[in-house]
Design a protein. Structure first.
Length: 376
């Protein structure tokens, strides 16, 4: 029996990440991101997911949208393709909703979609829990629990379904945030509904934990004091997003971009809320370290809310110069799951895998596993 796979790509998903716009929602945001030099990447992430299904081309048909919303990638990979909806140009959120409705009417077994929380919200609004869905993470913000941990993991879940393996379906929350407030440094997350998702816990991420400060301020203060005490005045330090890194900035008495990326040297702020291209240019030829933390509840250290940290930049810095900071309670909340790298460059994700030192207090460290693949 043929598996009927619905397939939608939001072509502008994630555009705002690399240029520090912190999202792609809004009528003019995608155009502004392109003007700033952003390059579409959601199709590449969708392709990475679909490539996992190449051995099963005879066993499935891809029902999709014309052009960049799915048809191009599916045909490029050689799948049997049926276009069930034709989008506008440029595409809009309405296209996502109408496409999801068309796929539901065609009786697809699962809708695989590439995007961020805004895309998940559109799909949920269009079809609710009528059809099982699975998200390929391609947006700037991924708070919803309907996404796989990586694009390859999304493909692996579909592979299990095509093979007839028993995969539990569970209701998962669709979350989104107010992007205007987000750009101003405030997280206001709201639940917009539930959708049915294949609940294969190795591959599907949890809903992101809240956006507030860590409860244990003393531990954060210890982490911050240690990181600052170890800083070399001759090195630059890229300060990633999140409240744990914000504590380090507070220790230095510097203004912090909670949901952006800043650059510091000798405890002086030399770049604020920087874009990917500017960060790369600022770090070429200069010794640089990167201070980052993980997304609470999910474990991502790259690929969620910090797309300014491009693969080129991470390679330039080197794994040995990445400083991961987190409280032990934040690590314990992962229940043994590894930290996740989803940089968009599978070779780099391979290079970053293994174990990494995490600073959990003043001169207090643990070794913690880092993974990325569908086998994590």
């Amino acid at each position: 029996m043929q598996f009927k796979l619905g397939f939608i790509i939001n072509p502008v998903a994630g555009l705002g990440g690399s240029v520090a716009l912190k999202g792609s929602d809004g009528e003019d945001t995608a155009a502004k991101a392109m003007a700033l030099g952003a390059q579409p990447k959601s199709h590449l992430r969708a392709k990475a997911a679909l490539e996992q299904l190449l051995p099963y081309q005879a066993d499935l048909t891809v029902f999709t949208v014309n052009g960049a919303m799915g048809e191009n990638i599916a045909k490029e990979l050689g799948f049997n393709v049926e276009v069930v909806y034709r989008s506008n140009e440029p595409t809009t959120p309405d296209d996502t909703e109408l496409a999801a409705q068309a796929l539901a009417k065609h009786g697809v077994d699962l809708i695989l979609f590439a995007g961020g929380d805004g895309t998940a919200r559109n799909v949920c609004h269009a079809i609710g829990d009528e059809v099982p869905v699975l998200g390929i993470p391609a947006g700037c913000k991924i708070h919803s629990g309907v996404y796989a941990i990586t694009p390859k993991a999304a493909g692996r879940v579909v592979e299990m379904l095509v093979n007839g393996e028993l995969v539990t379906l569970a209701e998962s929350d669709v979350m989104d945030i107010d992007e205007d407030a987000f750009r101003a440094g405030t997280v206001r997350a709201k639940r917009y509904g539930e959708m049915r998702v294949p609940s294969e816990l190795r591959y599907v991420q949890a809903v992101k934990n809240g956006g507030g400060k860590e409860v244990d301020e003393l531990v954060l203060a210890d982490i911050a004091a240690y990181v600052v005490s170890e800083m070399d005045e001759d090195w630059q330090y890229i300060m990633g997003s999140g409240s744990t890194v914000a504590a380090v900035m507070e220790e230095m008495g510097l203004e912090n971009t909670l949901l952006g990326v800043d650059l510091v040297q000798d405890q002086v702020l030399i770049g604020q809320d920087m874009m990917a291209a500017d960060l790369l240019a600022a770090c070429k030829g200069k010794t640089t370290k990167l201070v980052i933390t993980l997304i609470g509840g999910q474990g991502h250290i790259f690929g969620r809310g910090n797309q300014q940290l491009s693969p080129e930049l991470i390679r330039l810095i080197g794994k040995e110069n990445i400083i991961v900071v987190a409280t032990k309670s934040k690590l314990q909340a992962l229940n043994g799951r590894p930290l996740i790298c989803d940089t968009g460059d599978s070779e780099l994700d391979d290079e970053l895998s293994g174990y990494i030192q995490v600073t959990t207090g003043f001169n207090d460290h643990v070794l913690y596993a880092v993974g990325h693949s569908e086998e994590q």
